[in-house]
Structures are given as C-alpha cells and as structure tokens.
Write a protein that binds this ligand. Structure first.
Ligand SMILES: Cc1cc2nc3c(=O)[nH]c(=O)nc-3n(C[C@H](O)[C@H](O)[C@H](O)COP(=O)(O)OP(=O)(O)OC[C@H]3O[C@@H](n4cnc5c(N)ncnc54)[C@H](O)[C@@H]3O)c2cc1C
Length: 552
C-alpha cells in the first residue's frame, strides 16, 4: 500500500524547499523526495554564489543607482527576446517576476534572516541599445553567506515543519514514475537507493535496494535541469548555435541529470523551449574537482582582452561580462569550442571572481575581515591565486612571445601568431593614454569606473597590458561550461503544468529549473543573472501556495 500525504515535492533543491515549506506553513502535510542523501540538501543552490536580481533596492540606492520596475522590464524584455507562440506564459511570468524582484522579494527574505553584501555587482552589461540585451544598471546582489546563506532560511523552516510533523524528507528515494488516476496526477513511485555517505556534490551510488510508492492530491516537480547530463545538453543544442561543442565542462553536480524531465513528459507534461540554455563561455577546469568534469565560471571584470582560438579579438560589444549568449554564438561560429583571455597581474588581482560558494570563503564564511581584503589586498583572492598556480587552463609568463608559445602548446596547435596578437594588444594599449577613446572596450572601462562599486572592487585602473610594471602576463583558456536550463514545463502563474493538449493536468505542478524557472522559460533566450535563485524562490513559492490550496 502506498503511503498517503497531501502533497509530494520531488527535489530538495531550493525550489523544492521553498515549495515544501510554503505547503507545510499552509497546514498541509508534505513529503519531499530526493535521490541524493541528506548531506546534499539545497541542491545546486548550496554551491551557488548566491547572487540575486533585485530592483530599486536600498543597496542600489545607497550606491547612487537609480533603478525602477519600468527600467528592469525594459531590460528583461530586451534580454529575453521572446519571439514564439509558446512564450505566452513565460512572458507573463517575466512581468510577475520583475514585480516580485522590485517588490516583496527582499523584505520576504529579510524577514527570514537573509542578508545582502552591500556592493551590488553589474552582470550582463549588454552593449547594444537601450532596448537590447543587458542590465542598464548594477542589480546582482550577493547573499551574505553566498549559496548556503540562501538555502539556510528554508532549511530552517523545513526543520521546524518536520518537528511539527507536517514535513517529511525521503532522501535516497529516486522517482521513476508519476502515477495517474483518471487523468489526474496522484502520486509517485520509484527506487530506494542504497545509503551513501559520500561528500556533498560528489557522485553518489545508484545501487537500488528497494522500491517505494507515495500518493497525494498534488505533486510538485522541482527536480532541476539537465546541465550535468552532457548527452541531453547536446541533444537539445539549438541549431542556431551550430554543432554542439565537442568539449564541455560541468558547472553543476551529476545529480542535475534531467531524468525527471523525461518522466514528467511521459506523464503528459508539456515541455517547451528545450533548446534554450544558459551555458557560460568563461569556464576553467577545476584543479581540485568535486563532481565529474567539474568546471568553475570566472565572473570577469571588464578589462581582460578576449581572443578567439585563432587569435582574433572578439568583436564589440563582446567584452567580458557583456553578453554570454552572444559570446557563445560567436565562439561556436569560429569552429572551435574555446577562447582565450589575456590579462595582467593587476587585472587578475582586482577583476577575477570565481562563481561558487566554495570559491569565496570570505563571503561564504561571512567574514568582514577577509572580505575587506578584496579591496586592499596586494594579490588576487587566495582561490584565484590557487587557480593561477595549479589550474590546467592558466599560463603565466614574463613576455608575450613566451606566453603565446605556451598557449599554442597547451592546445597542441600553432593557430596563434605572436605578431598578430601583439599588434592587437599594442593598438588597444595606445588608447589608454587619453580618457576619451574610440576602442569600445576601453570606453567601457571608463564607464565602469564611474560606478563606485566597480571602482572599489571590480575594475583595475586602466593600464597598458604590455606594461611590465603590471605583469606578469597571464593567459587563460576558456572552455564552455554547462549550467542552466532555460526551457521547462509550461505552467500558469500558479505553477500548474499544462499537458500536450494545452489543458492543465490536475494535480501536477512544476517549479525552479524544471519549470524553466516559471512558465516554461521566464528568461527567454538570455538571463540578466541572479535570476535563477530568484526564479526558484518565486516559482517555488507560487507552486507551494497553489498546491496547498489545491490539496483542499
Ligand atoms: C556553482 C553555481 C553557481 C550559481 N550561482 C548562481 C547565482 O549566483 N545566482 C543565481 O541566480 N543562480 C545561480 N546558480 C544557479 C542556481 O543555483 C540553480 O539554477 C538553482 O539552485 C536550481 O534549483 P532547483 O531547485 O530548480 O534544482 P536543483 O538544485 O538541481 O535541485 C533538484 C533536486 O532534485 C533532485 N532530483 C532530480 N531528479 C530526481 C528524481 N528523479 N527523484 C528524486 N529526486 C530528484 C536532485 O537530486 C536535486 O537535489 C548557480 C549554480 C551553480 C551550480
């Protein structure tokens, strides 16, 4: 006999935790099922940088940033580029989500003890016109405590609900089927996996030791995306980006396997926008990996020079931090699946940040003493220095000829010509003498330094790349790093999933990455960043509240 509860949530990542705690707080009984062990509670969000998209926040205002709902919607729509009939619900989710980010999001989190680092970051700056892609102003608010800091309030609420007898976790339970009666989803069944005390993030055993079945009035699918499954990423790779990359690294643990997406489709859920994904182009192989093919994303400041595999500088406005999808498109058009940064010690020191909670012990450990060193330190942060010394993709040399020779040696080709690269760097370096210039990237540097946050901790003082006083020279091979799934199950604003007949499937809800962070693709083609965790909060909350109501 299957155990009966009010609502089942599949996935104990951020979206699942938010949904489950809302259900329990509404007085319903909820069982949260996850294939991983208890040590992985919080899923990807634990590993995240904790960056949150907020609009017109007190942190922005303190830094003199003038933001508004209208400006943010303009940016979101220019970034998303919605252009399909299937974008009906994604567009409605986008409007609702920006209103949440400009409204109650910050206060709702703050009431649960969440805090924000006061310097707001400026991600995805675009570089086209005002209606095009990108954030017109800085909006990336880093959680004080990074990923663990965003998981913590919901883990605590879940614990309280557990004590009250309303929430139960079933770890090492892998859902294999959604069960249906008379067209309504009313349960899950699957395999019990053997206990495994493997460290968080590492691949756990898939040995089956039993089976299970649960029944409920509603099931919320919050099982994440497909980024850990390169076969699925390649299968869904959009034609508009050409052939999928031959070599990719993983920005997510292996449990982001996309399996539950197929299971939900088999139960009738309508998956839309599966060809929209958000992979980074500044991936570096982790010298100290936790999960298979573990890669880290560099969150670059604006000064590094960016070259394709043949040594040609990326065209304007594809500068570091401007347009992730545009960069991916350009790089794939070169016929190679990697590119290069060339920079100086002065740039790495001030401008390199690494995405991930474990790469930012100062912010993750909530240490003001360590964090202040970002502005005052002589060297780069310790995790960046460790990559510089140990990372397979880093080359450090005193002169350009040696640097280029080592770059060619690293990839085993002679595609890069030292003279060609030297001419491009020297031309850029001549532009540094005046504060008014024609080189668009150097213009961007001057623009960035007018924002106090960038000037303080994100943008090196403009200098010549070939000035030995700022050396040594550094080259970084940049790989394609899988991360986010932008498409997902089509849902209405209550996170109810549509079937292939375009009717709501009774009893079925989806949230987080599995729902394309709401609606089946709230981001359209591109993201403004910090919108994924926020998408889990918003869609998880809507799903939880609606599923609790639906459970009668
Ligand atoms: C290093 C890193 C940095 C990031 N930084 C940011 C950032 O700064 N800002 C931002 O907005 N976003 C960031 N993100 C993205 C964000 O963390 C994720 O998109 C988000 O946490 C996804 O949450 P989720 O709950 O939808 O899915 P997940 O966290 O993937 O959780 C899904 C859970 O479902 C379980 N599951 C899957 N299938 C089954 C099944 N069949 N049966 C049982 N259980 C199953 C999985 O084991 C997992 O625990 C980052 C991600 C990473 C990895």
């Amino acid at each position: 006999m299957a155990e009966i509860t009010d609502v089942i949530v599949v996935g104990a990542g951020l979206a699942g935790l938010v949904a489950a705690t809302e259900i329990a707080d509404a007085g319903k009984r909820v069982i949260v099922v996850d294939q991983e062990g208890e040590q992985s509670l919080g899923g990807q969000a634990f590993w995240s940088f904790g960056g949150l998209f907020l609009v017109d926040s007190p942190e922005q205002r303190r830094l003199g940033i003038k933001d508004s709902y209208d400006l943010a919607v303009q940016d979101w729509m220019g970034t998303a580029g919605f252009d399909r009939e299937d974008d009906h619900w994604p567009k409605r989710w986008a409007q609702a989500y920006v209103a949440f980010a400009a409204g109650e999001k910050r206060d709702w989190l703050r009431a649960m003890g969440h805090r924000i680092f006061p310097v707001v970051g400026w991600a995805e700056r675009g570089g086209y016109d005002a209606m095009g892609h990108g954030n017109s102003v800085p909006r990336f608010h880093v959680t004080w405590g990074t990923g663990p800091g965003i998981v913590e309030p919901f883990a605590r609420r879940a614990q309280e609900a557990q004590k009250a007898g309303r929430l139960t976790f079933r770890f090492r339970h892998r859902v294999d089927t959604l069960t249906t009666t008379n067209g309504a989803i009313d349960g899950v069944s699957g395999a019990v996996l053997e206990p495994d005390s493997v460290e968080r993030g590492r691949s756990s055993s898939r040995e089956v030791i039993g089976d299970f079945a649960l029944r409920a009035s509603a099931v919320v699918v919050a099982s994440g995306g497909i980024g850990g499954n390169h076969d699925l990423v390649r299968q869904n790779w959009p034609q508009r980006l050409g052939e999928p990359p031959k070599f990719m690294i993983s920005g997510v643990p292996e449990h982001v396997d996309g399996r539950m997406i197929g299971i939900t489709e088999a139960a009738g859920g309508r998956l839309i926008n599966r060809d929209r994904m958000w992979h980074y182009v500044e991936g570096i192989r982790n010298w100290d990996p936790i999960w298979p093919r573990h890669g880290i994303r560099i969150l670059p400041g604006p000064s590094s020079m960016w070259f394709d595999a043949t040594g040609k500088r990326l065209p304007a406005p594809l500068f570091p931090g401007s347009d992730t999808l545009g960069q991916l498109h350009y790089i794939m058009s070169t016929g190679h699946d990697y590119s290069w940064f060339i920079l100086t010690q002065s740039i790495i020191k001030k401008e390199f940040a690494l995405s991930g909670s474990e790469q930012n012990p100062d912010l993750t450990g909530k240490s003001w003493r360590m964090t202040i060193k970002r502005a005052t330190n002589k060297g780069a942060p310790a995790p960046v220095e460790a990559f510089k010394q140990n990372g397979a993709d880093f080359i450090v040399r005193d002169n350009l000829a040696d640097l280029v020779a080592a770059m060619n040696a690293l990839v085993g080709t002679d595609l890069l010509q030292a003279d060609h690269i030297k001419a491009q760097i020297e031309a850029r370096d001549r532009e540094i003498t005046n504060p008014y210039v024609k080189d668009a990237q150097v213009m961007n540097l001057h623009n960035a330094r007018r924002y106090i946050g960038d000037k303080l901790i994100r943008t090196a003082k403009p200098h010549r790349i070939l000035d030995p006083a700022h050396g040594p020279l550094i080259a970084v091979k940049l790989n394609i790093l899988t991360r986010k799934t932008l498409g997902g199950f089509e849902t209405d604003l209550d996170s109810r999933v549509f079937g292939t007949n375009r009717e709501i499937i009774p009893g079925l809800y989806a949230a987080g990455e599995a729902a394309g962070f709401g609606g089946g693709g709230v981001h359209g083609y591109r993201s403004l960043e910090g919108t994924f965790l926020g998408g889990c909060l918003f869609s998880g909350r809507n799903a939880g509240r609606a599923a609790a109501k639906g459970a009668g």
